[in-house]
Design a protein around this ligand. Structure first.
Ligand SMILES: NC(=O)c1ccc[n+]([C@@H]2O[C@H](COP(=O)([O-])OP(=O)(O)OC[C@H]3O[C@@H](n4cnc5c(N)ncnc54)[C@H](O)[C@@H]3O)[C@@H](O)[C@H]2O)c1
Ligand SMILES: [Zn+2]
Ligand SMILES: [Zn+2]
Length: 405
């Protein structure tokens, strides 16, 4: 292994593929110092990347809506082959193909031991929770690269049972690192079950994965809302109803046309803080989706909120929103006894079961989100097209290991 080609954030709207040193079995210095860990990571592996996806969460950084500095490495949706392992790695071998949960978790802290791997307290000095290639997450290098280091590998990695089968189904399996579990978590925490009526805000990859998961969980009707016509068409391709939130008719009226009632049992926010307001010509309104899902959801219902909200937004339209303070109509949700489920998805809770659904042909998530493969060099184009609203999920192929379709 020589160097490592990796996708890096340069300035708002610009990413580039750069040459870095090859990753080592070492935790970032800032994490080791602050958490009292040894720098040398015998619990880690180096993966040769098989596939690594571009995510809406990356776009928040690339649009300049976070404090990500120029040079921030990118990529938290990773599937790879073990090429090197530390002496403490007991249950993985060179040659294993594994899915990497985007959450970095130690497997030892209170939250990890309770299954809350999205808020591990040992891997990020700044706050609970961490990820590869992300601002304010401890400085772990990103995986939109040829190689990546994964710490606490026995705990974090999900090994696929068969190498050939894994490569054959790689476009589905690549979604296990984030959006399939995240969409499923959104639907599951919204209480979706047999016969539910469901509203999913957002038809990006996470919203589509949530809608697909709602069908897996037995929903009677899944309604997806967005203002992007191509993405709404993508949702209809696997049996969802759709509503255009930029239309003159209100969201409740449009849902009423479909269901005969303007309430749903369950709702998911797969949009987050960069939400556009509803109606024609509405600009950005960070609380638009939160308020609309409280309006739509029945009293006693639950709201799954995988859409990302931030503690600081340099690009926000007003001073409150710059601090992450939003105009949320909490009184409405309180009056309806709503339960709200927020935060990073703890991928390890769901990835094994969803892998089984893929391997046994029950789930075809790559088709649902319209996966498209790009070379690592084409990552800048993938970022641009995704930002422009393409109804696609871009999967990078840094080592040419994804078989041609
Ligand atoms: N919680 C987690 O663990 C987790 C994991 C992955 C992604 N995320 C977050 O999930 C969100 C979605 O991710 P993505 O990759 O699908 O992003 P995306 O940007 O591709 O999709 C967001 C979609 O929301 C639409 N939209 C904007 N305002 C809307 C409104 N008022 N109503 C309905 N739709 C609206 C946009 O047109 C867009 O299609 C992002 O905030 C991302 O950071 C969270
Ligand atoms: Zn992601
Ligand atoms: Zn932990």
């Amino acid at each position: 292994m020589g160097g490592n080609r990796i996708v890096v954030y340069k300035e708002p709207g610009v990413v580039a593929v750069e040459d870095h040193d090859a990753p080592k079995l070492e935790v970032p210095a800032e994490v080791a110092e602050a958490m009292g860990m040894t720098r040398k990571a015998e619990h880690a592996v180096i993966l040769r990347t098989v596939s690594t996806n571009i995510c809406g969460s990356d776009q928040h950084m690339v649009r300049g809506r976070t404090d990500a500095p120029p040079g921030q490495t990118l990529g938290h949706e990773i599937t790879g082959e073990v090429v090197e392992k530390g002496s403490d790695v007991q249950f993985l071998d060179v040659g294993d193909i594994c899915s990497v949960p985007f959450n970095i978790a130690c497997g030892r802290c209170r939250n990890c031991r309770e299954g809350q791997t999205g808020i591990c307290t040992n891997v990020n000095p700044g706050r609970a929770g961490s990820a590869y290639g992300y601002v304010d997450m401890g400085g772990w290098e990103g995986g939109q690269a040829e190689y990546v280091m994964v710490p606490f590998a026995d705990f974090n990695l999900l090994k696929f049972p068969d190498r050939d089968q894994a490569l054959e189904k790689i476009l589905d399996l690549t979604m296990l690192s984030d959006i399939f579990p995240t969409g499923y978590h959104g639907a599951y925490t919204a209480g979706v079950t047999t016969g539910s009526t469901v509203y999913i805000a957002g038809a990006g990859p996470v919203g589509l994965a949530a809608a697909y998961s709602a069908h897996l969980l037995g929903a009677a009707v899944v309604i997806v809302g967005d203002l992007n016509a191509d993405r709404l068409a993508q949702a209809r391709s696997f049996g969802c109803e759709t509503v255009d939130v930029s239309a003159d008719a209100t969201l409740e009226d449009q849902v009423g046309q479909i269901l005969g009632t303007n309430e749903v049992d369950c709702a998911v926010d797969a949009v987050g803080f960069e939400a556009t307001g509803h109606g024609a010509g509405a600009g950005e309104q960070p609380a638009a989706v939160l308020n609309s899902i409280m309006t739509l959801t029945r009293a006693g219902g639950s709201l799954g909120i995988p859409g990302l909200y931030v503690t600081g937004d340099p690009g926000a339209g007003d001073d409150d929103a710059k601090q992450g303070t939003l105009k949320v109509r909490l009184g409405l949700g309180w009056a309806k006894s709503h339960s709200l489920h927020t935060g990073q998805c703890p991928v390890l809770k769901y990835n094994r079961g969803l892998m089984m659904s893929i391997l046994h042909d029950k789930a075809h998530i790559a088709d649902a989100v319209n996966a498209e493969v790009l070379s690592l060099d084409d990552a800048p184009r993938g970022y641009q097209e995704f930002d422009a609203g393409a109804a696609k999920k871009y999967v990078l192929n840094p080592n040419g290991l994804i078989p041609a379709a």
